[in-house]
Design a binder for this molecule. Sequence first.
Ligand code: GLU
Length: 481
Amino acid sequence: MDNKVVTRFAPSPTGFMHVGGIRTALYAYLWAKKNNGTFILRIEDTDKEREVEGSIDHIIESLKWLNINWDEGPNIGGSHEPYLQSQRLDLYKKYAQILIDKGLAYPDPYTEEEVDSFRTKAESEKRPFLFRDHRPASTGVSLGGPENFEKWDGSKPLRFKVPEIKSYHWNDLVYGDLSAGPEALDDFILIKSDGYPTYNFAHIVDDIEMGVTHVMRGQEFISSTPKFLSIYEALDIKPPLYATLPPIMGKDGKKKLGKRDGAKDVLEYRNEGYLPGAMINFMALLGWNPGDDREIFTMEELIKVFDISRIGHSGAQWNDEKLDWMNKEHIKKLSLEDMKEEIFKYLPEELKSEKIISIVRERVSKWSDINDMLEKGELDFFYKEPEYEKEKLIYKNSSLEKVSENISKAIFELEKINEKDFTTDNVKNVLMQIANSLESRGELLHPIRYALSGLDKSPDPFVIADILGKNETLSRLQKAV
Ligand code: GLU
């Protein structure tokens, strides 16, 4: 065996892909890529009752949007096909047979009602329910031996006969030494009576078959790890390395991230106009840090710097403001062409002008904010003359006379600029010269901004003048006077 790193993301198709799942996928992906290894996508669809129609497509679409591309898995295949567990049933039977042959698996002879009554009894006696306390005599109870087993015909669940009841100690790459006592071990079901394996069994068979070297997943699996380790022991196969990821906490930092604060469908973030690169960047930092104060990374940069040893222990906190900030940083890095393509998707025909791009990009943190700008009329000045009450032109406790006087000065100076030189910088030079000669710059800049845009808060007046051009700018200023 070579020591090539193999990681996998193994979602169950039980609903939409949320940020917690994506972060797991991302870390597994980054670790594989960093080590020139293989990243596998495997769909764990063996719980037919919990399966939600459409979720496999949704998982695939989400990962693709975020550029978390698998080397092996659905749609592209690979040397361990197929990648849907429901299509691998023979393989689980093969491994089950190995355990049966070793005397380590037996058919569960009880009805569901009987198992329930054992459970109720244990609960009423305030002790944990353990199936192994009810091992049927045919298993030889503690002695065991294949010759005593009832034959398994598939009509009953097949259970694992835990060979040794003991404590397990293992090393987690994130949390260090972990252990769990014998109560974590039980004769759990390997294959259900519907023919499908349980998660506990199937994922182990697949991790073995697919050569997985590093398993990354959430803390909820720690308590079951002794079960997994006992299966590896029974099969005489070395388990993979485990890297348990810290939970993602909600905004309050106390509870795990819930649907209300961000654990929503990741494709909703796409619909809101977040950039995939920003989402990746944000999620990478939810539970991992680069060891310095850098915060903005591309996927390529993440692949270089990502390291399991820098995954944290405590829950990382979700923060919408931070995500918005990060998205804005990523928007700044887009090429003009890319930016234009995105922004134009949101603009009505009459606003599709290159000149508007700089204004929009300054003022949004995600593309859907453009809708808010349009709704508030923040871009109307671009194609219609603003309407406003003249008093609004007055800066603080100045007067209408002053407004008129100052704007007239501006008109006089702006007239001198050639139409083709009417740029943001040139307009700025002229206007700032006048503004600096006044008691307060606002006495000029406020009325100009208002006269050009009709808005209290607008892009700076020089940019607007540039966008409107010399004629329109002067006409709006004249009108104000
Ligand atoms: N199918 C499991 C889940 O979606 C995968 C857990 C694992 O990575 O082993 O939770």
